[in-house]
Design a protein around this ligand. Structure first.
Ligand code: UD1
Length: 422
């Protein structure tokens, strides 16, 4: 457990690079199980979710070695399809491994997946997609067990564009016999990155990043070196950090095309945005304007993973803003924590009404989940006095040393691990 102590007041300024995307790295790590040749992944940051996924791969018999942001995986020694209980509970994305393990071993067994506490996260769409390809499921001692004598290409029509179910279907289909067409697929750029990886390995995935994905099954792939795409949520979080501290922040090593919905909302708030090459500069006004409506929706609309950070920003806007969370049903846990810091907000079902206050003040708060933690760091930076964030280790699930990045920009943040607390 770790507490972070944030002292507000400094206007952030300077440059910070975005690291590789957690949500692209996780399914690509799952995909390495499909290969019996070594793979090298660059821009694969040492986030705790990614390290947990690497530990799961090791438990399955793979050799995994990290050097800086590069991870090498040799899955030729993978020996079975049973996921380790404790680790798999921690990482929801271990569910992606079902598709690749079924493809490799014809069977897979997993505990119900873990991940953020942001609401009920069922896996019915994953199951439906895999069943269409010939998988039979049963539940044994609270575990999901799946079996497929042979995976066969099929038409998969998703009722909702689930990111994980789309990725799992792709992973199970690349070595299936024949053609698979996924309709109603999620269009997130991390899915397109997974497809780029798989195609570089010699598989055939067409249309990823659009609602219709076609997969032509091929028996085997080969090893490659792949660079993970930049993390759009990290990019957005550091831009919002600039906005909430009335500063000027440039995020480098990113892809501005991935954060269009965020940039237009930040401009609507009164921030000046300049895009050049792979960098985005944000220059903040003295006080941001309210947003009459901010709705989270699947890509390319505004991402749910940036909702909490925008909630923190809008808590200090001139007027009243309204946020609607359409993806997860329990993703406003930051609202009560922000109220401890002087924010005024009210939650009505999936909608939050936020009356902007001039300044927030420091308080003792809890990071209930990863993005809630990120939002509290931003709120603390923009507040008067000291904010102590409990369970801040949850931020390490998705941000590579966020505290160091913030200090580089002139912010004051200190990490106290359990043993320092006395
Ligand atoms: C991924 C991201 C996560 C992001 C989310 C939405 C990863 C590792 N995580 O999560 O950061 O917040 O996309 O952009 O990439 N659902 C079902 N049944 C299913 C699957 C999903 O009802 O079988 C529902 C979920 O409960 C949720 C919605 O669909 O309400 C979106 O979930 P999904 O797109 O699957 O998100 P994840 O892949 O879990």
């Amino acid at each position: 457990m770790s507490k972070w102590i944030v002292t507000g007041g400094a206007r952030l300024s300077g440059e910070v690079p975005a690291h590789g995307a957690k949500n692209a790295a996780l399914p690509i790590l799952a995909a390495t199980i499909l290969l019996s040749e070594p793979v090298e992944l660059r821009s694969c940051p040492p986030l705790s979710d990614i390290e947990d996924m690497c530990a799961i791969l090791r438990a399955l018999g793979c050799t995994v070695a990290r050097s800086g942001d590069t991870v090498r995986i040799d899955a030729s020694t993978a020996s079975h399809g049973t996921l380790p209980e404790a680790l798999s509970h921690r990482v929801r994305s271990s569910v992606f491994l079902l598709g690749s393990l079924l493809s490799r071993f014809g069977e897979a067994c997993a505990p119900y997946p873990g991940g953020c506490e942001i609401g009920n996260r069922p896996i019915d769409l994953h199951r439906y997609a895999l069943e269409r390809l010939g998988v039979i499921f049963c539940e044994r001692d609270g575990r999901i067990c799946a079996r497929a004598r042979k995976l066969c290409g099929a038409a998969i029509d998703l009722d909702y564009p689930s990111v994980g179910a789309t990725e799992n279907a792709i992973l199970a289909a690349v070595r299936a016999e024949g053609e698979t067409v996924i309709s109603g697929a999620a269009c997130e750029p991390e899915i397109a990155d997974l497809a780029r990886f798989l195609n570089a390995c010699g598989f055939s995935v067409q249309g990823a990043g659009t609602p219709t994905v076609r997969i032509f099954g091929r028996p085997n792939g080969h090893g490659v070196t792949h660079k993970i795409l930049p993390d759009r949520i990290v990019t957005g979080t550091y831009l919002i950090a600039g906005a909430i501290t009335r500063g000027t922040v440039t995020v480098t090593d990113t892809d501005p095309a991935l954060v269009g919905a965020l940039l237009s909302k930040l401009e609507a708030c009164g921030c000046a945005i300049t895009v050049y090459g792979d960098a985005i500069r944000l220059s903040a006004p003295e006080r941001v304007r309210e947003l009459l409506s901010l709705e989270t929706r699947p890509y390319p609309a505004f991402p749910t993973d940036l909702q909490a950070q925008m909630f923190a920003l809008l808590s200090t806007a001139r007027g009243t803003s309204v946020i609607t969370e359409n993806i997860f049903e329990n993703r406003f846990r930051h609202a009560a924590e922000l109220r401890r810091m002087g924010a005024q907000n009210e939650i009505r079902g999936r909608t939050a009404i936020i009356r902007g206050v001039k300044r927030l003040h420091g308080a003792d708060v809890t990071a209930h989940d990863l993005r809630c933690g990120a939002a509290l760091v931003l709120a603390g930076l923009g507040a008067d006095g000291e904010t102590v964030i409990d369970h801040a280790e949850r931020v390490d699930r998705g941000y590579d040393r966020m505290d160091e990045a913030i200090r580089l920009l002139g912010g004051k943040i200190q990490r106290k691990e359990d043993f320092d607390l006395g």
